[in-house]
Design a binder for this molecule. Structure first.
Ligand code: GLU
Length: 427
């Protein structure tokens, strides 16, 4: 390693997820014999912005100072792209790690973007709608020179949604003096959002299930599926899985889980959550904890909530033959070898959940051209890109005799490294 600080975890970026992703990168870079000059550049983000800003509570009782972040990992590939999360424990290192994952994700599916990520350290569940709007607009104002349709294009992530994207788009448009839909993706369709963006991550994920099932001899029809998380990703994954003939026997959110061996009625569960905000109180099965959820006997496990939940202890007890990673970074790096040894076919986050950013790319293209596609066009092109990317990663994994995560990283890192070497060093 050329630079001792960069070879480990850059101190500024210290966080468990960043350490995980750098160690995964180092392992794969070494295996690929990656030029160390390039490796060193890819270990750290090119740009990272930390802001603090005030927001006023609705009752005028207090003004809180919040931390916000936006990290752009690689600017070589085009504008940068990635979501914005609102979560109580967000920090710079986590955002940097997630930006790095976005770089690999975009490269694996062949999008003309580098990776980015943003976040505000706040609990979105504790914000009223008006408070969330003020936080969003002020955060956007603080990072306004950092983002733009040709610079860096945010999107939803944990704790943010179409409405938050609409406020970002409006704040940016007010600032530049004209309507600029292409500055964010995942907007409501009325503002230039793409049809099928909302469900793209969850549905894209499940569209890979038949390909993964072939690898382990699992029959999709009747397959028992367990899903952690019932937000934008988990909910649509559950719906797509039940529509494909799977039996969704376990679901959960932060209030706990539900188990029903004959299959949960997902349409009813979605209706219940839309009305009540949480799964708690939904009567469609036995109440279980999130810990128990991971131990349910099943064929397919889909973590679609927070990072770091598939630890070595959980990995030892997973009964699923297929793990489809809907969340970003759900599996810790020390759990990877355990899953591999136990024969679990892991479709890694950077491939499995790439449907979201792929339709974000479609949305950006449609906004720039002011020409909007039909649902059939969006869904067809998404399927084509995801299927091709899966097959390409699978071929690397067969050729290199390695797991799908390593293969996906090899593919993503190779593409970015080639671009970096071709562009050279400035000045
Ligand atoms: N936040 C999503 C992800 O992690 C989507 C990013 C995007 O659409 O730009 O992939």
């Amino acid at each position: 390693m050329k630079n001792e600080i960069l070879s480990g975890v850059a101190r500024e970026l210290e966080s468990p997820l960043y350490a995980e992703e750098v160690s995964r990168f180092n392992r794969v870079a070494e295996r690929m014999g990656l030029d160390e000059n390039v490796a060193e550049r890819l270990r750290v983000p090119q740009r990272a912005m930390v802001v603090t800003f005030p927001y006023r509570h609705d009752d005028y009782s207090e003004v809180d100072s919040l931390f916000g972040y936006r990290v752009q990992h690689v600017l070589t590939m085009g504008p940068t792209k990635g979501g914005i999360r609102f979560a109580p424990d967000v920090n710079l290192g986590e955002i940097a790690a997630l930006a790095m994952l976005m770089t690999w994700k975009c490269a694996i599916v062949g999008l003309p973007f580098g990776g980015a990520k943003g976040g505000v350290r706040v609990d979105p569940l504790k914000l009223s709608r008006a408070e969330k709007q003020r936080v969003t607009r002020r955060y956007t104002t603080e990072i306004i020179n950092f983002i733009g349709p040709n610079k860096d294009i945010p999107a939803p992530d944990m704790g943010t949604d179409e409405q938050v994207m609409a406020w970002i788009m409006d704040t940016y448009s007010q600032h530049v003096g004209h309507t600029e839909p292409a500055v964010v993706t995942g907007k409501p369709p009325a503002l230039g959002g793409s049809v099928a963006r909302r469900e793209a991550t969850g549905r894209g994920l499940v569209s890979l299930l038949p390909l993964a099932a072939d690898q382990r001899g699992v029959k999709v029809d009747g397959a028992r599926v367990v899903i952690q998380g019932f937000g934008n990703v988990g909910k649509y994954a559950a719906l797509a899985a039940s529509e494909s003939g799977c039996k969704v026997i376990g679901i959960s959110d932060h209030t706990g889980g539900i188990n029903n061996g004959v299959g949960i009625d997902i349409v009813e569960a979605i209706e219940y959550v839309e009305k009540n905000g949480v799964l708690e109180g939904f009567g469609g099965g036995d109440v279980i904890t999130n810990e128990e959820l991971f131990r349910l006997d099943c064929d397919v496990l889909i973590p679609a909530a927070i990072g770091g939940v598939i630890t070595p202890e959980v990995a030892e007890e997973v009964t699923a033959k297929i793990l489809l990673e809907g969340a970003n970074g759900p599996t810790t790096s020390d759990a990877d070898p355990i899953l591999n040894d136990r024969g679990v076919f892991v479709v890694p986050d950077i491939l499995a959940n790439a449907g979201g950013v792929t339709v974000s790319y479609f949305e950006w293209v449609q906004d720039l051209q002011n020409y909007f596609w039909t649902e059939t066009e969006v869904v067809g092109r998404l399927r084509e890109i995801l299927n091709r990317s899966f097959s390409e990663v699978l071929s690397v994994s067969i050729r290199e005799k390695t797991d799908m995560r390593t293969a996906a990283l090899m593919k993503g890192i190779k593409r970015v490294a080639e671009a970096k070497l071709a562009r050279g060093v400035f000045p």
